[in-house]
Design a protein around this ligand. Structure first.
Ligand code: SIN
Length: 312
């Protein structure tokens, strides 16, 4: 029997596909729809301590080869997501879900993480170090010193499974430097990648989103090669205990297959989910299974990380 089951941070999931934070995860109704789909789990919209309205609209635009967004971290505030997850873990004790979060300052990040640590939440936490869309706030994980300091402070008190959402890196030296930082910590996973920050999409003579004069994070087909490179670069460099979640450019089962071949243990769907709705999970799963069957692979372990190189 071909299976797309996977395991992250010691938790089992029936399917390796889930939403990417930011898509179909702002409200409980959206999260329930992902939960009840073919997805193996869901991640919430990145929560800040308090409700945020985010950037002015229009702030998300689907475009032919992907999407551009400058949402600015709109969300309902930590308590909304945490209360729901606590209720859900009573209702569905056999399943595990992800809570995404970040503070508007390092201090706020610690306040949030300490609340999660003190709560009964038994799921997986994803610390978003890569939002490109809050004016005046650079993507944290491009600053290795700050990232190292925050992780050092976090792991002094946070004992629950924790991973980080990363921006794409574009230089081999940066892969090396970032991995040297991440390998110092008991991270459950790194999630590669968030959108490619600060692209511009133009129709006729105008940008298509209002915030930041049109600059926004790029997702979808545009970013798959960058996402695969990041997944594989970290798969090669990180301690084996740190798993990889692959995100970026997943339209088809073939795209999910490539993420797993590069080393991903879980694959997130963002732009395609926004364009197609939760039915995308069933379609992509069926396509992935068909590829596995054709190749004689029964489980993800049969091909995870086994990307072939061209020898000299
Ligand atoms: C946003 O809310 O601006 C998108 C979130 C992200 O890219 O991390």
């Amino acid at each position: 029997m071909t299976s797309t089951k996977t395991r992250i941070a010691g938790f089992d999931f029936d399917n390796c596909l889930m939403n990417a934070a930011g898509v179909a995860c702002m409200t409980i109704a959206e999260l329930e729809a992902v939960k009840d789909s073919a997805a193996g789990t869901f991640v919430t919209k990145t929560a800040t301590l308090d409700f945020r309205a985010g950037n002015p609209e229009p702030r998300y635009q689907d475009v032919p080869l992907g999407s551009i967004n400058s949402m600015g971290l709109p969300n309902q505030g930590l308590d909304y997501y945490l209360d729901y997850l606590l209720e859900l873990q009573e209702r569905e004790p056999s399943r595990t879900f992800f809570l995404s979060l970040v503070g508007m300052s390092p201090e706020e990040t610690h306040t949030i993480l300490k609340k999660v640590e003190a709560s009964d939440f038994q799921g997986i936490t994803e610390l978003n170090l890569s939002c490109p869309n809050v004016p005046g706030k650079p993507q944290i994980a491009y600053d290795f010193e700050t990232t190292e300091r925050i992780l050092k402070e976090v792991f002094a008190y946070f004992t629950k499974p924790l991973g980080i959402k990363l921006p794409p890196y574009f230089d081999i030296v940066h892969f090396d430097q970032a991995a040297a930082v991440f390998n110092q910590f008991p991270l459950a996973f790194v999630n590669c990648v968030n959108s490619i920050g600060n692209g511009l999409y133009i129709e006729d003579e105008s940008v298509v989103i209002r915030p930041k004069n049109g600059f926004g994070g790029i997702g979808g087909q545009y970013i798959k090669p960058t996402a695969l490179a990041n997944v594989h670069a970290f798969y090669q460099r990180l301690n084996p205990e740190i798993q990889i979640i692959g995100t970026g450019g997943v339209l088809t089962g073939r795209d999910a297959f490539e993420h797993i071949l590069c080393g991903a243990s879980m694959v997130q769907v963002g732009t395609t989910l926004h364009k197609e709705g939760v039915a995308a999970f069933e379609r992509i799963t069926a396509e992935l299974k068909a590829i596995m069957e054709e190749k004689g692979y029964e489980s993800l372990e049969d091909f995870r990380g086994k990307l072939q190189y061209i020898e000299e």
